[in-house]
Write a protein that binds this ligand. Sequence first.
Ligand code: TXA
Ligand code: MG
Length: 315
Amino acid sequence: MPTLPVSPSISDAVAELRRGRLLAIPTETVYGLAADAKNPAAVRRIFELKGRPSDHPLIVHIADAAQLPEWAIDIPEAAYRLAETFWPGPLTLILNKHPEVPDAVTGGQDTIGLRCPDNALTLQLLREFNGGLAAPSANRFGRISPTTADHVRAEFGEDAPMILDGGACRVGIESTIVDLSRTPARILREGHIRRDQLLPFLPGLLAGTGAESPRVSGSLQAHYAPQTPMRLRSRHEIENDSETDSVLLALDSLPHGRLGLALPSRANEYAQGLYAALRTLDAMAAGCIWLERTPEDPDWLAVNDRIRRAVAGSG
Ligand code: TXA
Ligand code: MG
């Protein structure tokens, strides 16, 4: 019988990081591929394993806001107020970087992304490690982010790092990224935390990347993508078209006789299941994945953003 993989203890995980090795970590958003952010050789291994261009900056994960001055300078008061309100949680703050942050982490930019993830295991790990963890999502470049330990194993196969198994991710899509290094602040990536929640702290907050915005690989037009071609379809089109070689990601319920999956029609629940559903549908090796159109509603901004990029990058 095959043995089930066992999650390492926190002290084994800390030891792995201290040796300069990679460790997959659970967060509330998606699993991360982590390395000691102060060890440039370890950080370079992240880029090698992901196949990610080395000038794409990484987010550094920290245990709490008290660590901000170790990683950033010119920290505005709003950063602390946001951290108080939303950390631990799915919000990444872009700030001017501290001169001692290795260039490998920031892709040579003078800003840094920082967040405190809301996962009990990873928070304990961060406290025992007593440092920062540079971690992108634990998937190969451009592919679907993992929301379970099994997804990480499937993504990297024999090359998979040690994985701290924290179960399925609660939020399911990547953190909201807000750039505080310029005024007015700007949302660089939509996420679970919405613009209207941030506005009281950041008057004039902009949304959508501007022409001069720094590199955000999650902002590439094609990203988070399955290998099977994906198409958006209305419920009406789905019910009136009998193309046989497609599988379907439906809202609420799968129409009778169709192959595929349905996700709840509330945005947060849909987000939680989206990436696992795309992986399952991709593995069905159909000619095409049809996605039932989701509502064009402020609640759905982050989900619709991920769907758009997945469609653009699919196939
Ligand atoms: O929820 C998340 O944010 C997950 C978990 C693991 O924390 N992480 C994640 O990392 O999604 P990644 O690398 O897949 O996406 C982080 C995004 C990238 O698009 C990167 O370019 C952007 O953050 N980023 C990091 N540092 C930045 C900076 N200094 N300026 C602008 N964008 C930055
Ligand atoms: Mg990613």
